[in-house]
Write a protein of this length. Sequence first.
Length: 444
Amino acid sequence: MTARVLLVDDEEELRNSTAQALELAGFDVTALAGGEAALDLVGYGFSGVVVSDIRMPGMDGMTLMGRIRDIDPDIPVILFTGHGDIQLAVRAMREGAYDFIEKPFKTQHLVDVAARAVDRRSLILENRRLRAAAGRRDDIEARLPGRVQAMVDLRYRLRAVAATDADVLIVGETGTGKEVAARALHDASPRAARPLVAINCAALPETLIESELFGHEAGAFPGAMRPRYGKFEHARGGTILLDEIGSMPLPLQAKLLRAVEERVITRLGSNEPVPLDVRFIVTSKADLEAEAAAGRFRADLLYRLAVVTLRMPALEQRREDIPLLFLQLVGEAAARYRRESVEVPPEIIADIAQRQWPGNVRELRNAADRLVLGLPAHDAAPQQQASAASLAARVADFEKSVIAGAIRASGGALRPVYEALGISRKTLYEKMQKYGLSRHDSED
């Protein structure tokens, strides 16, 4: 397979010459003028590397790198830097950049660095495939962890629908991981090698939304000097993610319905239909059936998009997952910030397990980040509910989470559990009965 490079630079002349040099060296190069377009092309299964300038208008190279690391921290990012940006480049290395190259640079140096980065990415992807083949957690479970039945069912449905082209509606509260699920769905699908174009329906300017989505011809409106592809066309062969679709204005919903039904769009200022080979994934925190009943969302569009509905459980509905999920997020944060592994004291885990998390996994991830950075995982003032819980109740909840985690770690074998916990077999059975635990809790 040809090594892939996404090259991002706002200077057209340098971008073209660098792309040509990389292509002559055997790379498959996609040259882009801005970081937003690059984000549409990277995903958990992306098999290449990203090469970007640091100084760019709009989204700069540092911001782009951070966004890429949020998608997959193991995608190598190589940054171009001017002489005056060396300190910035060194900071970028500390924050996870693969390497930086000072301008002006020798072409062969860039080729060598890019080749090493591609080799590293290939090794990472191969290791992931081997882990999955050996029966270890696959990519979907790594990105959507959890042992409560709601998460087991979610992963089962996601795997089942990933191989199809069915349009999917993902619903859930803010912070539950709707976009994470959407990206996992795309990356596990046959369209993984094509773009995933994410569109925040709540952030699009209403006066330009149609042009942004469907594109326009020259002269379609004042200021339209030349034709422009819309985001839908940019996603051809891939997936369109419409985030918070409930925010889309009703007049545009009618045009979206035609695109979804017929897989055809028409640019502004044109009468020529453009075929659209895409899959639609949409997310919503609002109850779209209630919105449709209230006349704020088209019922026909809802039924067309919701071929399959995936529901993301709130953290309150999966409280048993909180301790282990927090530990995983701490590990991810340590890797992201290049810190040593953090040992989380039991009293912090017990406190985390008791707290309310209205921001769901997103809020829990922020707490993990703060802990890794040496800050308190939460505000100094205890939450009212946490302080109201009795000490006995908090200890019992912590004891239950520890025993449940040990059972999962042992794969359901009980002898390693009571030996590791330093209790008798009888005591373990009594506590399992007390907390409603079973050795089968280890099974996915």
